[in-house]
Every structure is written in structure tokens, then in C-alpha cells.
Write a protein that binds this ligand. Structure first.
Ligand SMILES: Nc1ncnc2c1ncn2[C@@H]1O[C@H](COP(=O)(O)OP(=O)(O)OP(=O)(O)O)[C@@H](O)[C@H]1O
Ligand code: NI
Length: 315
């Protein structure tokens, strides 16, 4: 079994409300994931489920009012602030969700080259820009002169200029034309093939299924299931968690059935199942406890006994 490149154990992230130490809201609750070399791990979750907060926590970019606990291990080493400062932008690159992360005062070409002006770097940057349909004039533009889709392509180009071992991409494709989105995802795939790891964050389940190796299904600040992306092609009988199964049924190709109800706010005090109010399999026990079941590299957080011979969910 390969060693994970990034390992996150029992991560929780909350925010102090109005500076109060007592009043907190939670965005990520007791989350554990592993990103392996050679794989694209995609974190799929609805809007507001805490995906971007998770990315910020991994990268040590949480705002001042955040409180976090848990363990992050990179390549066998415990990650602290000093190590993160060394890794970020070098071994670990980040494609942020917001295009406002581009420096408004620096011309785009210079930014992507990280201020380098040698011939080789310029050649590399021009080649990447060309692949993404960004013409020479873009190099000399300031971020405010770009459209949303162009700015996103510039952000992706920044990562392509570097030589990281782990890419964390937070919603990299919205606003991109189909060709650029495909190029981006193909780039991630070939990157992972070089024994490197990608953590992709998206709410686009179709995209996730087609390009990832594993899916971590995120709901209300928790990962409720880690499963293989190909199971979504093989059929609903391979999926375990009732929320994952509901996602499967909500896909246009599988009947487009919506899930009634809405996602709850993460609650650290709550020991029960986060999905219970919307669950078709809910039992009394789900109000006060939830079972984390592990199967090799898969995981499901549910009280249905998936290892037992009796378990049968409706197809
Ligand atoms: N600085 C902050 N202070 C307080 N709450 C915050 C802060 N940043 C994020 N949150 C809260 O954390 C929750 C998760 O937000 P997050 O941006 O991670 O969602 P997301 O899953 O990335 O959504 P989307 O798909 O829309 O990008 C939200 O309820 C948000 O209001
Ligand atoms: Ni987000």
C-alpha cells in the first residue's frame, strides 16, 4: 500500500462569532482524508458545505477569526506553520476559487512567471498561455482587464509554471469554456500520472465522476463517504451512504430526482448522523451516534451495517 502524500486526521474548523470565545460556528467537523500519489481525490459537496474552508485550512490560510484542530501530515512529516510556508507555492500549489487572488497591480504575464524574465521562463509561460487560448496581449494586461474565464485560465497557468507534487484546486472550472475546462482536467490527470497528487474541490459531480479516482462526499462539514469515482458509472448498488445514493439519483442521467430538505449547519455538539433528517434509512440510533466504517481505502459514516450480510439498500 502506498504512503499518502497528504494525510488529514480529525480536522475541525470553526469561526468565532463577533470575536466571542464562547460563540462559535463550525464549518468542518472531524474530517479525515488521504491524498495518494497517482490519484485525483475530489471533494464533492453542495454550496456552503465547507469545501473552501477545508482548502484554506490545509494551506494555512484561514482568517484570523478561525479556530482549528486536528493533524495534517505531508510526506510523512507533521505540518506546522514553518513547514507550510516552505511548501506552499513550491511543493503544494493552490488554485483558489476566487479570481480576486490575482495581484491587481502586477501585469498578468509577470505574475504568472513570478517576476522572472529569463528567456526560458517566458517561453514556457507563452506556451502555456497559447494552450489556454490566451494571446500575447494578455501578458501585458492587468487582472481588471480580463474576463472571469480569462482570469481563471491565468490562475491555472500559474500552477502549470511550477513543479509541485500536490495541487489543490478549488472549483477551477466554472466560467471556463468546455475546451479550457477539459484541458484543465486533462492536465490534472497527466499530472497525477507522474506519481503526484491532486485534491480537486467541486460541486460539479459530473466532472468529478469523469476525471477523479476517488470521491470524498462532503455534507454539512463532514465527509460521509469516500468511494471510487468509477462506482458512479457501475451503478447505485456500489454506493453506500444514503446521501451519496441520493446524489446519484439526482444526476440528469439517473432520473434527476431532487433530495427533499436542506443541508444542516455543522454542529460539533451533535453526535448523531449529520444526514439523518433527510435519510431514507434513518433509525433511532442515528439521533445520537454514527458509525464510521472503513473498507480498505473506502469509508462510510453511517449506521447501516455494510459489512454485515444483511445490508440491502433499495436500488
Ligand atoms: N471568515 C469566516 N467567518 C465566519 N464564517 C465563515 C468564514 N468563512 C467561511 N465561513 C462559513 O463557512 C461555511 C462554509 O463556507 P465555504 O466557503 O467553505 O463553502 P463551500 O463549500 O466552499 O461553498 P461554495 O461551493 O459556494 O464555494 C459557510 O457557512 C460560511 O459562511
Ligand atoms: Ni467554495
Amino acid at each position: 500500500m502506498k504512503r499518502p502524500l497528504l494525510e488529514i486526521n480529525n480536522l475541525s474548523v470553526g469561526f468565532k462569532i463577533n470575536g466571542s470565545k464562547q460563540k462559535q460556528s463550525w464549518a468542518v467537523n472531524d474530517l479525515s482524508i488521504r491524498a495518494y500519489p497517482g490519484e485525483i481525490l475530489t471533494i464533492v459537496g453542495a454550496s456552503g458545505s465547507g469545501k473552501s474552508v477545508l482548502a484554506s485550512a490545509i494551506l494555512g490560510l484561514l482568517p484570523g477569526n478561525a479556530i482549528s484542530s486536528g493533524e495534517i501530515i505531508y510526506d510523512g512529516k507533521n505540518v506546522d506553520k514553518k513547514l507550510l510556508d516552505e511548501l506552499r507555492g513550491e511543493e503544494i500549489t493552490f488554485i483558489p476559487q476566487s479570481i480576486s487572488s490575482l495581484d491587481p497591480l502586477v501585469k498578468v504575464g509577470k505574475q504568472v512567471r513570478n517576476f522572472a524574465s529569463d528567456d526560458e521562463t517566458i517561453k514556457k509561460q507563452r506556451k502555456i498561455f497559447k494552450e489556454f487560448g490566451l494571446n500575447r496581449s494578455v501578458e501585458k494586461s492587468y487582472p481588471f482587464q480580463l474576463s472571469g474565464g480569462m482570469a481563471r485560465r491565468v490562475l491555472i497557468s500559474t500552477t502549470m509554471m511550477k513543479n509541485p507534487r500536490l495541487i489543490i484546486a478549488d472549483e477551477p472550472t466554472p466560467g471556463l469554456d468546455i475546451q479550457s475546462a477539459k484541458k484543465t482536467m486533462d492536465y490534472f490527470k497527466s499530472f497525477a500520472k507522474k506519481d503526484k497528487a491532486v485534491i480537486l474541490i467541486t460541486h460539479d459531480i459530473d466532472l468529478a465522476i469523469h476525471y477523479s479516482d476517488k470521491l470524498a462526499i462532503f455534507y454539512g462539514g463532514e465527509i460521509v463517504e469516500i468511494t471510487k469515482a468509477r462506482y458512479f458509472h457501475h451503478g447505485i448498488q456500489y454506493l453506500k451512504h444514503p446521501y451519496t445514493r441520493a446524489l446519484y439519483r439526482s444526476l440528469p442521467t439517473n432520473g434527476f430526482k431532487p433530495i427533499p430538505g436542506s443541508q444542516p449547519i455543522p454542529d460539533k455538539e451533535n453526535q448523531g448522523c449529520i444526514f439523518r433528517d433527510r435519510c431514507e434509512c434513518k433509525e433511532q440510533i442515528c439521533d445520537h451516534s454514527v458509525n464510521t466504517q472503513k473498507f480498505e481505502d473506502e469509508m462510510v459514516r453511517c449506521n447501516v451495517d455494510f459489512a454485515g450480510k444483511k445490508y440491502k439498500l433499495s436500488v
